[in-house]
Design a protein around this ligand. Structure first.
Ligand code: PLP
Length: 450
């Protein structure tokens, strides 16, 4: 049988039986999926043998690259030793203990405890319960409201999608749940106009103060944000933004939550994005790069301040998942973090490959279609515009982004499109030559998108 009929047969089977996430499943059935077969280093290979540079690290998660023997061996060894056990009911196991100690070591000093989940969405659902239980235990059960941001992304579960500010997600399933409020995002390119970026950062942060005062200080529990909004279009806030958010949270005594599901474990040039942007959260949601995607694992880093209160509830914390602290997930995360440490990948992002990619990426800003080329660490975006002087949007929103994304994929480079913004977040091991390929291909693709 030739490859092409085999491919279309696979595509038909996929369309018949597989309900894809974040996809128009009807459309997929017409056009067929691209079937990914294997991967190595920064490259994925489709079933037809085409090699594609994965400029999105899978779904922002494959930090140390594909086919890392150390991680695969650690998982295999763990599965032989203890394939599964939970950490409910007064039990624990070695990989959970080792990973918890390691996370306490690499995270900011206020964090010494971790609650495990299998995903970032579950981490944020866990945070909703923790935050509300925290306030109830402190004798303020009416402090229920969590403030997030429009266009923020905190996952797909009902809780996570409610915290997030994606209106198209709220439209399906009757979201958000009660007690969630949203303020604007710090999106200077799209919403800042002529305003100085730092002044804009302060002004948008102060919407938090306005919201707290409108809702009532005694009703607000917490603020949640991604240090850099990822899925919303790699929105890198002005430097002034997070310190002002911190000031407001401190002043009104509300908890500050960093959703580090994308930024965590090095992406911005520090272990956590809050370190890059200079703020000290009370809770951190993490997932993705903690295991570089080799096993599904996520969790919540709980500061001493929050843990002390939750330790005093005088009852069980009635929350947990069958796969919380799954042994294979913990083993994958330990091996992955050891690679990041041993290969000094974060130092590399800060001092070597990060600055190199940032400089080369900025060159794309001279392209007639690029209104802004921004990047921090190894996470960046290109804002496309048909009239960059006016930052005008395209007549059909998202069309240029989708064209650009599709040409890019066909040219051997995965970039992602959000509206007309092209996103890039390559694995931490990307080489200088591969950066040159990324920039050259992105430029060619832009030429062909116009
Ligand atoms: N939070 C952020 C910032 C994310 O980017 C994501 C996923 O992209 C999530 C939460 C949800 O994580 P998961 O898809 O593992 O549930």
């Amino acid at each position: 049988m030739s490859q092409v009929p085999a491919l279309s047969l696979l595509q038909q089977t996929d369309a018949r039986h597989h309900f894809h996430p974040f996809s128009d499943n009807h459309e997929l059935a017409q056009i067929g999926t691209r079937i990914i077969d294997r991967a190595e280093g920064v490259y994925i290979y489709d079933i037809e043998g085409n090699r594609i540079l994965d400029g999105m690290s899978g779904l922002w998660n494959v930090a140390v690259g594909y086919d890392r023997k150390e991680i695969i061996d650690a998982i295999t060894k763990q599965l032989h030793q203890l394939a599964y056990y939970n950490t409910f009911f007064k039990t624990s196991h070695m990989p959970a203990i080792e990973l918890s100690e390691l996370l306490a070591e690499i995270s900011p000093p206020q964090f010494n405890r971790v609650f495990y989940t299998s995903s970032g969405s579950e981490a944020n659902d866990t945070i909703i319960r923790m935050v509300r239980t925290y306030w109830a235990t402190k004798g303020a059960p009416e402090r229920q409201v969590i403030i997030g941001r429009w266009n923020g992304y905190h996952g797909s579960t009902i809780g996570g999608a409610s915290l997030g500010g994606m209106k198209y997600m709220h439209a399906q399933g009757g979201l958000p749940i009660s007690g969630i409020h949203h303020i604007d995002q710090p999106y200077w390119y799209g919403e800042g106009g002529d305003e100085d970026p730092e002044a804009f950062g302060i002004r948008v942060a102060r919407q938090l103060e306005t919201a707290i005062l409108e809702i009532g200080v005694d009703k607000v529990a917490a603020f949640i944000g991604e240090p850099v909004q990822g899925a919303g279009g790699v929105i890198i806030p002005p430097k002034s933004y997070w310190p002002e958010i911190q000031r407001i949270c401190n002043q009104y005594g509300i908890l500050l939550i960093a959703d580090e599901v994308i930024c965590g474990f090095g992406r911005t040039g520090n272990w956590f994005g809050c370190q890059t942007f200079g703020f000290e959260p009370d809770l951190i949601a993490f997932a993705k790069a903690v295991s570089s995607g080799y096993q599904p694992i996520g969790g919540v880093l709980v500061s001493d301040k929050v843990a002390d209160v939750l330790d005093s509830i005088g009852d069980d914390f009635n929350h947990g998942y069958t796969n919380s602290a799954h042994p294979a997930g913990c083993a994958a995360a330990i091996a992955n973090i050891r690679i990041i440490q041993n290969e000094k990948l974060i130092e590399r992002i800060r001092d070597d490959i990060g600055p190199y990619l940032q400089t080369r990426w900025a060159e794309l800003g001279d392209h007639p279609l690029v209104g802004e080329a921004r990047m921090v660490g190894l996470i960046g975006a290109l804002e496309l515009s048909p009239d960059k002087a006016r930052r005008a949007p395209f007549a059909k929103v998202g069309s240029a982004g989708m064209i650009c994304r599709d040409i890019s994929f066909a040219s051997g480079l995965i970039m992602r499109a959000t509206r007309d913004t092209m996103l890039l977040a390559p694995p931490f091991i990307v080489s200088h030559d591969e950066v040159d390929f990324i920039v050259k291909t992105a430029r060619d693709v832009l030429d062909r998108t116009a």
